[in-house]
Each structure stands twice: as structure tokens, then as C-alpha cells.
Design a protein. Structure first.
Length: 397
């Protein structure tokens, strides 16, 4: 098996595992927050039980109770929810290394943003994930973390600041993926360094006949709620890599800020609904406002390029695309590390170029997402010629 194909298979399997584990992790987060919110107190319950709820699924009924103090006995089998989180992060970080850290000049560095060396880019990226977790963790443990609205406000400001910083250090694509990696690191840090350790202490105390400190459960619950609200933003950052218009504009960090706000509002609506209270339907139009703002920012933030004057011949456009684009977009790419044309797009024949004229315009002119990191040094004049050719009808030879 050729090395390139083997590498692609490894990346595919890593990505597949990352996505599947992420689905399981997010699903358990959604479920347990909904379960906790649906608990209702009843006179017949053990005083140590916070509440119970009845659920129906798969042809049967489930009676769920939550002990917040000490259960009467410790069951022999206790299900822990942690490997979904660990697997998601581990394979996500492996994927980050395979795609971005092994090819920083292609996906991570944009000289037009900041001319970094590959080593510096990788160190900054990895170190920022550790620093982000430490800052967040200390924030939660400080006096700020004692008040939920205050913590949410400060945390949001710092998250937007991180997005601003990343977009002024890395390429747009590299910046967005690092915002997602930062949020994912915070989430898995909550599980690995606080939620599971706290629950482990509680279980040990119960086995030893000691009364657990209720603050351990309260802290774990706080971090679980944080993870729940962060799920939608982190998924957006991962998906955005397939939509260059989200990260190529001048205001991309504000696009992320707007999406974060909308995501928090939507998640909050569902969390209120799970409590049995009547959710405020105004949260939906309230969430639509920042999403419309994000869409507007992607339009306003795109680089402006005036099309070349006069008629542009197809031969001139083909020459540009052959030299600047087809190095990767051909049956057998000539660029190191690229083993097949990205997304199966071929630009090596006149027929392919004409058929894909709208996509070429979108990627090379409207968003300037291609060539990646402008590795082939396409000029503004050459982009302008492509723009003029498309506007003149994208005619072939």
C-alpha cells in the first residue's frame, strides 16, 4: 500500500473515532443535564434523594433517582461516564497534530497574518491549550467563580479574547480549529481533573463509611453545566473548517463571538425546558440576531478585490490556475503531503476549470481561502483576472 494512501487511512480512522466519541460525549452531556433538570421531589422519596423522574424508551419504563447525600449502600457495579470525553480529546489532539502540527506551513501559518516559523507556530498552539485550561480553572476557583452570571461574563470575554488572539497569530483555519481545541481541552480538563476525581473521592468516602463533602458534588455539577453550554460552540468551530467564508474575513473573531452567544441562548432554552418550566420563546429570535450578525460580518469582512478591466482570455486564466491551483488539484498532486486532489476537485483541464468557475471564484477571489496559506504566491492581479473572467461569463477556449 502506498505511504500516502496508508496515511490517509490512518487520518480517516482517527477522525472517525474522534467524531463517534464526540457524539457519545455530547449525547451524555445533553442527557444527564436534561435528566437532572427533570427530577421532581415527592413525599415518598428517601430524604437523601433529590428527586426522581420516570422515562419511557425502547419499549420499557425507567425510574430514575438521584442521591445527593449518601445512598443506603454502594452498588457492586457503578457506571462511569468518562471514556467518551477522554477518547474525544485524545483522538482530536492526534488529528490536530496530523493535520496542523505536521504541516504547519500549509494549514496553520499565514504569512499575511504573522510570519511564524513552523516550530514557533506549533509551540504557541500547543502551549495556548494548556494555558487556557489553567486560566479557566483558576477563574472557576476564584471569587469570580462563586457567582454564575459573573463567571459567565468574564469567561465569555476571555474566550472572545482568545479568538481575537488566535486570528492574529494563525491562519483563519488554524485560528478557528484552535478555538475549538481550546474549548475541548477545557471540557476534558473538567472531566479528567475535577469531575472524575471528585466523584472518586465521594465513592471512596462512601465505601469507608465516611460522609462525603457536598462541595465536591457541587463543584463537579458546576463544571458539567459549563461543558453542556460549550458543546454547540465547539461543534461549530470543527464544522467551520469546511466553510472558508467563516474564517477568512477581517471580523472572523467577532463571527465566533456571535455564534457563541447564539449557541448559549439555544442551549439555555433547552435546559429551561427540561426543568418543566415554560421556556421563553424570545430566546429563539434573540439567538437569531447574533447569527444574522455573524452572517453580515462574513460579508463585510471579506477582502475587496476589483475585477481586472478589459476582456480576460481563457488562456490567461488557465495559465494562472495551472500554475497556482493545479499543483494540488490534479489527479496526481505535485505538492508534498498532498496525495490526492483536495475534496476531489480537479482543475487540470479546460473543461474542469469552466465547470468549476463559481467555486474557483468563491475560493480564490471572494474568500481568498485558496491557495492554502497562499503557498503558490498568487497575486491580487491574478485574482482580479479570475474575477473578471467569471463576471464575463466564464467562457472556455
Amino acid at each position: 500500500m502506498p505511504l500516502g494512501l496508508l496515511t490517509d487511512w490512518v487520518e480517516l480512522l482517527v477522525r472517525w473515532t474522534h467524531v463517534i466519541a464526540g457524539i457519545a460525549w455530547i449525547g451524555s452531556s445533553f442527557y444527564f443535564i436534561a435528566l437532572d433538570a427533570s427530577l421532581r421531589h415527592a413525599p415518598h422519596l428517601d430524604p437523601r434523594v433529590k428527586g426522581e423522574t420516570w422515562q419511557v424508551h425502547g419499549g420499557g419504563f425507567y425510574q430514575m433517582q438521584k442521591f445527593v447525600v449518601v445512598p443506603e449502600f454502594m452498588p457492586e457495579e457503578l457506571t462511569w461516564f468518562k471514556w467518551e470525553a477522554y477518547t474525544t480529546w485524545i483522538f482530536g489532539f492526534v488529528l490536530l497534530m496530523m493535520v496542523y502540527y505536521l504541516h504547519p506551513s500549509v494549514f496553520l501559518i499565514d504569512p499575511a497574518v504573522l510570519d511564524l516559523s513552523p516550530y514557533d507556530a506549533v509551540v504557541i498552539g500547543a502551549a495556548s491549550l494548556v494555558a487556557g485550561w489553567v486560566i479557566y480553572d483558576q477563574l472557576c476557583k476564584s471569587w469570580i467563580g462563586q457567582d454564575t452570571p459573573r463567571l459567565a461574563t468574564v469567561g465569555f470575554v476571555l474566550l472572545v479574547a482568545a479568538a481575537f488572539g488566535y486570528t492574529h497569530v494563525f491562519s483563519g483555519r488554524g485560528a478557528f480549529i484552535h478555538v475549538g481545541a481550546l474549548v475541548g481541552t477545557i471540557m476534558v480538563g473538567n472531566v479528567f481533573l475535577l469531575i472524575i476525581p471528585n466523584q472518586t473521592i465521594v465513592v471512596r468516602d462512601l465505601i469507608a463509611g465516611r460522609t462525603p463533602d457536598p462541595k465536591l458534588g457541587e463543584a463537579a455539577k458546576q463544571r458539567s453545566v459549563h461543558n453542556n453550554y460549550l458543546t454547540l460552540p465547539v461543534v461549530f468551530t470543527m464544522l467551520s473548517n469546511h466553510y472558508a467564508f467563516t474564517y477568512t474575513g477581517r471580523w472572523s473573531w467577532l463571527v465566533l463571538a456571535a455564534v457563541f452567544i447564539a449557541s448559549f441562548l439555544v442551549r439555555h432554552w433547552f435546559n429551561i425546558k427540561h426543568t418543566g418550566a415554560k421556556p421563553d420563546w424570545r430566546l429563539w429570535p434573540a439567538a437569531a440576531v447574533p447569527m444574522l450578525l455573524a452572517a453580515g460580518l462574513t460579508l463585510l469582512g471579506q477582502p475587496r478585490l476589483r475585477a481586472a478591466s478589459g476582456t480576460v482570455a481563457f488562456a490567461d486564466v488557465q495559465s494562472i490556475i495551472t500554475a497556482k491551483c493545479a499543483i494540488c488539484h490534479q489527479a496526481h498532486p505535485n505538492y508534498m503531503g498532498i496525495t490526492e486532489p483536495p475534496k476531489g476537485v480537479l482543475l487540470d483541464t479546460p473543461a474542469h476549470i469552466v465547470a468549476l468557475a463559481p467555486q474557483i471564484y468563491q475560493q480564490a477571489v471572494a474568500t481568498r481561502a485558496m491557495p492554502l496559506a497562499n503557498l503558490t504566491q498568487i497575486t491580487d492581479d491574478q485574482r482580479a483576472q479570475i474575477a473578471a473572467w467569471v463576471k464575463q461569463g466564464a467562457k472556455g477556449p
